[in-house]
Design a protein around this ligand. Structure first.
Ligand code: SF4
Length: 603
């Protein structure tokens, strides 16, 4: 079985027992790896309606078939479970070097179930698995201290996937960390790990991944993939990654009137000059790369007393402009605190911006003010410890706004705080957020690329957006079986070169997109089973009805009627009924014909 190691590692924390089983080959054929296999296993492992923080919610680590090979950017790990932030499925992705190491240790997937009687850390060295008591040694440590300690014990090549103090407080937007600065950021996987009394999974592997059954197969794959490095990877399309990284988006998004500013009151920030790429390049000390990636987009900056990988664009937007903060050192310090504590910067920045808005509206008195770094810099530690006013902010934007009687001020979808592209400056992103399977996400569909970053799409209309969003969601779903990085310009030609070797036969654009659609529909079935309804495919009131007072998108409103029509069109194109339930013929077309799926479809 080339590319795959053919083995799933099961960690039953309740019994402190490890076992292995063969990877389900039929599922690997239909769902490939990464997101696809993650959702297929999650569908079976998660009892319907289980609480996200209960022992019944599995935490699944899924590699892609190309992790551990030379395929560019395919070193990413998919992490999944039911999300404590949204109650929907969660698939979250992290780069670095953990996924290849897991393959080298001999595993395609790890399925973690139950709850340990005492806090533990799991050590995996090839086929040896140890459950190590965590209390008094690992529990309570911040992410970089934990990694340092584990590497002292297991050697510098050990890879660590861990949760920080915020996870230990079960903050619903606690993330998982690896290689210190790499985060499976969104949706609260850090809290789910802790709900299992698990601090970290550490892996060291000494095996290899072959690209076929014979050395000649591996040589042919390597030759074809390396050829792509010059024609499709190290090209002008991707030059922004190593030249500037994601901060280049600050000026572009601000110039389009789509940069979240002061809790989404407007889409134009007058302080970007001090937190944009030009300013960051002056203090850039080097760039770093994930394993298998020649693009090296990770910008390392030197601040007084410390270095920081980042801040990335989403952090600059949501912890910078959306909090009215134009002091780069303050944004970087906030970023560093979140990294050390294991908090998702996107949700943390959004929640703090909301709290600032509540303070300015007289609904709360946390001492937070837009543009003031004072209490802002205290927020991550108070949230992570659920201490003082941090305990309220730890609830997340939706619950915090509801508690303070101002649900209109929360900017989230399905409970996940919105990324840093304001749909009033790029309407298509609104449809993408509303229909995203894990709550507001900019990665599954990114119409902003068409609308505002050099494409010719209509930024202030839904014309053609439903088709675009469906196609982009299907494409990202198949690309994340790989698991390719969304930072790299990709198409089905590039995927096809890899899949031809994986499947041992030629493939087509249509076949790859059908695979993506199968995975997207599987996610929909899972979400419907967990209680998701059409009303959850929504946009926040502030985004839907309140126009910006200034900037390029000034005066524009999306409007409830235009959004409803666009959602109807999206459902039609998906082959779903008016309530967003996949029709029987849709499931049959996508080979989602197991009895477990069929009865979820309309009668
Ligand atoms: S483009 Fe950046 S984030 Fe993506 S794999 Fe490469 S180094 Fe990692």
């Amino acid at each position: 079985m080339g590319f795959y190691r053919g083995t799933v590692l099961r960690l039953d924390l309740t019994r402190l027992h490890a076992s292995t089983e063969p990877l389900n080959a039929e599922w690997a054929r239909l769902f490939v790896g990464g997101k696809g296999l993650l959702l297929r296993y999650l569908f079976d492992e998660l009892p319907p309606g289980a609480d996200a923080l209960s022992p019944e919610n599995p935490l699944i680590l899924a590699t892609g078939p190309f992790a551990g090979t030379v395929a560019a950017t395919c070193s990413r790990l998919a992490v999944g479970c039911k999300s404590p932030a949204t109650g929907t499925l969660l698939d979250s992705y992290v780069g670095g070097s953990f996924a290849p190491e897991l393959k080298f240790a001999g595993y395609d997937l790890v399925v973690i179930t139950g709850r340990a009687p005492q806090p533990v850390l799991v050590r995996v060295r090839d086929d040896e698995v140890e459950f190590v008591p965590a209390e008094g040694r690992y529990w309570g440590l911040e992410t970089s201290a934990l990694e340092r300690l584990v590497r002292q014990e297991m050697g510098p090549a050990a890879k660590v996937l861990s949760t920080g103090p915020a996870g230990e407080s079960l903050v619903p937007y606690a993330c998982l960390s690896t290689d210190q600065f790499h985060k499976a950021g969104r949706g609260g996987a850090g809290a789910v790990m802790v709900s299992k009394n698990l601090k970290a999974v550490v892996v060291r592997g000494t095996g290899a991944v072959t690209a076929g059954d014979t050395p000649a197969d591996t040589a042919a794959f390597t030759r074809d993939v390396l050829r792509l490095q010059s024609t499709r990877v190290l090209t002008a399309d991707n030059a922004w990654t190593y030249e500037e990284g994601t901060p280049y988006l600050m000026d572009a998004v601000n110039g389009s009137g789509a940069l979240p500013t002061r809790n989404w009151r407007t889409g134009a920030f007058d302080g970007t000059a001090t937190i944009n790429s030009t300013t960051l390049l002056r203090i850039r000390s080097k760039v770093r790369a994930c394993t298998q990636c020649p693009l090296a987009c990770r910008q390392v900056h030197a601040f007084e007393g410390y270095v920081c990988e980042g801040p990335e664009f989403e952090t600059l937007g949501l912890c910078g402009s959306n909090c009215g903060i134009s002091d780069l050192a303050a944004v970087a310090a906030f970023n560093r605190e979140c990294d050390e504590l294991g908090l998702d910067t996107m949700s943390t920045g959004s929640v703090v911006a909301l709290a600032m808005d509540l303070c300015e509206a007289g609904e709360a008195d946390y001492g937070l003010r837009f543009g003031d770094p004072g209490a802002y810099l205290e927020a991550p530690r108070l949230i992570a410890a659920r201490e003082g006013w941090g305990a309220e902010l730890a609830l997340g934007a939706r619950a915090l706004a509801a508690r303070r009687g101002r649900p209109d001020l929360a900017v989230e979808v399905k409970g996940l705080e919105m990324p840093a592209y304001d749909p009033r400056g790029t309407f298509g992103m609104g449809l993408g957020y509303a229909t995203s399977d894990r709550g507001a996400c900019h990665m599954r569909a990114f119409s902003a690329g068409d609308d505002i970053l050099g494409g010719d799409g209509p930024a202030d209309s839904f014309a053609g957006r439903a088709r675009l969003i469906v196609d982009q969601q299907d494409f990202s779903s198949v690309a994340w079986t790989g698991v390719w990085c969304a930072n790299m310009a990709l198409d089905t030609d590039v995927l096809g070169v890899h899949f031809t070797h994986l499947w041992g036969r030629a493939t087509t654009h249509e076949e790859l997109m059908t695979t993506g659609a199968r995975i997207w529909n599987l996610g929909r079935l899972l979400n419907l089973r967990e209680g998701l309804r059409r009303n959850d495919d929504r946009l926040p009131e502030r985004i839907l009805r309140m126009p910006h007072p200034d900037g390029v998108a000034a005066g524009k409103t999306i409007g409830a009627e235009a959004f409803r029509e666009s959602l109807d069109e999206y459902y039609r194109l998906r082959g779903w009924d008016a309530q967003g339930v996949p029709r029987r013929e849709t499931l049959e077309r996508l080979s989602l014909t197991d009895a477990a799926f069929r009865h979820r479809a309309e009668p």
